[in-house]
Ligand binder design. Structure first.
Ligand SMILES: NC(=O)c1ccc[n+]([C@@H]2O[C@H](COP(=O)([O-])OP(=O)(O)OC[C@H]3O[C@@H](n4cnc5c(N)ncnc54)[C@H](O)[C@@H]3O)[C@@H](O)[C@H]2O)c1
Length: 339
C-alpha cells in the first residue's frame, strides 16, 4: 500500500508513525513545504509536495490521508473524489452540514470509501466497552455518562484552538458525541449549556448536554478544558453505562469495572505504549494505529469504514444542534435527515 498524507502539522506525526508500523509507504504534502520536508526526513518518505494536485499527478496512490484543519477539508476531499482516491479525513469533518453533505456526495459519486478519522471510538477502553455491550454483559443500556474534563494546556500544541469562536463542541464534542452514538445509537433530542471559563480563549471551553436516544436511553455528555482535577484524567474519556442487568464504568487509570448480579470485576484497559509513543499520549497513539489498521482492512476487503463520512454527518448534526440549543436555552429536536 502507498498513501499520500496531506497536512504535516502537529497531529500528522501520529499518522505517519502508525503508517510506518502498519507497513504503508507514504508520500507527503504540505503547503508549508518545510513541514513536509522535516517529516519526510524523520519518517523516510520518498517524496514531498507543496500542492495536492501535483502529488496526485506524480504519484500512484492507493489512498489519501487528510490531516489538515477543517477549512481545507471540502476542497481536498472533492479533489480526492475527482481523482478516484479512497480518502481519510481528520475531524472535525466540516463546519456546516452543507460542506459535509457535499463531501459525502462527491465520494459516493466517485464510488470511493470515505473514513472520518474519529479515533476516540477506536481507543482501547471504548472498544472494550462496546464489545461488552454487544455481548449483552449489562443487558439493555438505559443511561450513559460520558465525560471529557481536564485542565491540560491544549493551546500549547494547537495554538489555533485559542482563537476559534466555536471551540469545545467542534474540537472534542465531535469525539464524545460520536461515542454517545457508538454506545447508545442515534439521538432524537438534545439540550446543551455552554460556558466560556478560560479568559484566554475566544470560544466555549465547556459544554454539558443531555441526549435522548431513539432506543429510549438517555445520556449526559460533559466537556471541560478548564477543570481543576487531581488526578487530572487527560486524555482519558470517563464513561459509565448502566443497563437493566449491570453497569460498565471506565475510571481514571484505565480501570474498567463490570458490575452484574451485585458483583464487580475490575480489569485494566490500559493500551500498549507504541515503541514510538509515550504516556499519557499512548491512549491516542494506540487509537490512531487501530483506526488506520481498520482502514486498511476495509480497503482490502471492500468494507464500509467506521465512521464513514455519511455516519459522521449525524454526529455533526448533534454538534450544530448543541450550539442552537445553547443559544436558545431550549431542547432541540434532531431531524436525523443529516445523512
Ligand atoms: N483525532 C485526534 O485525536 C486529533 C488530535 C489533534 C488534532 N486533530 C485534528 O487534526 C487536524 C490537524 O490538526 P493539527 O493540530 O495537526 O493542525 P496543524 O495546523 O498543526 O497542521 C495542519 C497542517 O496542514 C497544512 N495545510 C492546511 N491546508 C493545506 C492544504 N490545502 N494543502 C496542504 N497542506 C495544508 C498546514 O500548512 C499545516 O502544516 C485538525 O482538524 C484537528 O482537529 C485530531
Amino acid at each position: 500500500m502507498r498513501g499520500g498524507l496531506i497536512g504535516c502539522g502537529f497531529f500528522a506525526r501520529n499518522h505517519l508513525a502508525a503508517w510506518r508500523d502498519l507497513g504503508v509507504e507514504m508520500v507527503l504534502c504540505d503547503r508549508a513545504l518545510d513541514r513536509a520536508e522535516a517529516l519526510a526526513r524523520e519518517f523516510g518518505a520518498k517524496a514531498v509536495y507543496r500542492d495536492a494536485a501535483a502529488m496526485f499527478a506524480a504519484e500512484r496512490l492507493d489512498f489519501v490521508d487528510i490531516a489538515t484543519t477543517v477549512e481545507s477539508h471540502r476542497p481536498l476531499v472533492e479533489m480526492c473524489a475527482a481523482a478516484g482516491l479512497p480518502t481519510i479525513c481528520q475531524k472535525p469533518f466540516a463546519l456546516d452540514l452543507a460542506d459535509g453533505r457535499a463531501m459525502v456526495a462527491a465520494a459516493r459519486a466517485a464510488g470511493v470509501p470515505l473514513l472520518v478519522h474519529e479515533n476516540f471510538r477506536w481507543q482501547a477502553p471504548m472498544q472494550a466497552m462496546a464489545g461488552l455491550l454487544q455481548d449483552g454483559a449489562i443487558g439493555r443500556p438505559a443511561f450513559a455518562r460520558i465525560s471529557f474534563r481536564h485542565g491540560f494546556d491544549i493551546y500549547a500544541n494547537q495554538p489555533y484552538l485559542a482563537t476559534e469562536p466555536r471551540l469545545a463542541l467542534v474540537d472534542v464534542g465531535v469525539h464524545v458525541l460520536d461515542l454517545a452514538r457508538f454506545f447508545l445509537g442515534d439521538v432524537t433530542r438534545l439540550y446543551c449549556r455552554t460556558q466560556r471559563l478560560n479568559p484566554r480563549v475566544a470560544g466555549e471551553d465547556a459544554a454539558t448536554l443531555v441526549l435522548d436516544h431513539a432506543s429510549g436511553a438517555v445520556s449526559t455528555v460533559e466537556i471541560s478544558f478548564f477543570a481543576k482535577l487531581d488526578p487530572d484524567p487527560f486524555p482519558q474519556t470517563l464513561v459509565r453505562i448502566e443497563g437493566d442487568t449491570g453497569t460498565l464504568e471506565v475510571s481514571p487509570g484505565y480501570r474498567l469495572a463490570v458490575t452484574t448480579g451485585g458483583q464487580t470485576s475490575v480489569r485494566s484497559v490500559d493500551p500498549p505504549v507504541p515503541a514510538w509513543g509515550e504516556r499519557p499520549w499512548h491512549l491516542i497513539q494506540d487509537s490512531v494505529i487501530a483506526i488506520q489498521r481498520h482502514w486498511l482492512d476495509c480497503l482490502r476487503n471492500g468494507r464500509e469504514p467506521a465512521p464513514s463520512g455519511a455516519d459522521n454527518l449525524r454526529t455533526l448534526e448533534l454538534v450544530f444542534a448543541a450550539y442552537d440549543s445553547a443559544a436558545r436555552g431550549e431542547a432541540v429536536t434532531i431531524s436525523g435527515a443529516a445523512a
